[in-house]
Write a protein that binds this ligand. Sequence first.
Ligand code: AMP
Length: 139
Amino acid sequence: MSTIFSQIVAGDIPARVVYEDETTFAFLDANPLAPGHTLVIPRDEYERLNDVPDDVAADLYATIHRLVPVVEDAVDADATTVAFNNGEAAGQEVPHVHCHIVPRFDGDGGGPIHAVAGETPDLEDDELDEIAAAIDERV
Ligand code: AMP
């Protein structure tokens, strides 16, 4: 069964499409957190960022890079929060990779990306060293 976003790409479900090309697609979020809240997706269905092939990932970033200033300008935003909920534990509900471009306005009462975490850990230097090494050796 295809995701709701694939059905939007196919034209089976209506959406306010703002951009499309061969590999990527963008439309307004149906439940906007702010005016201009836009979702950018790969046309093809990949559940998580790590499922996206390198070439599609490059195209996806290019579309995000292109749309961020356009969306800001269209709604006269002061800034944007640009983020992926990558996996269920991070709040991803639609299993089709999507980038949220959320316009932000001075004094809008929202928080920074730092507000997404629960209780923050108090890590010792050696733990930080271990984590950095674990990431570095896997890159
Ligand atoms: P996430 O929690 O990151 O998976 O976000 C999914 C987003 O998709 C939510 O912000 C929804 O409002 C949005 N959404 C769900 N269905 C539709 C739809 N049919 N058209 C546009 N946006 C949608």
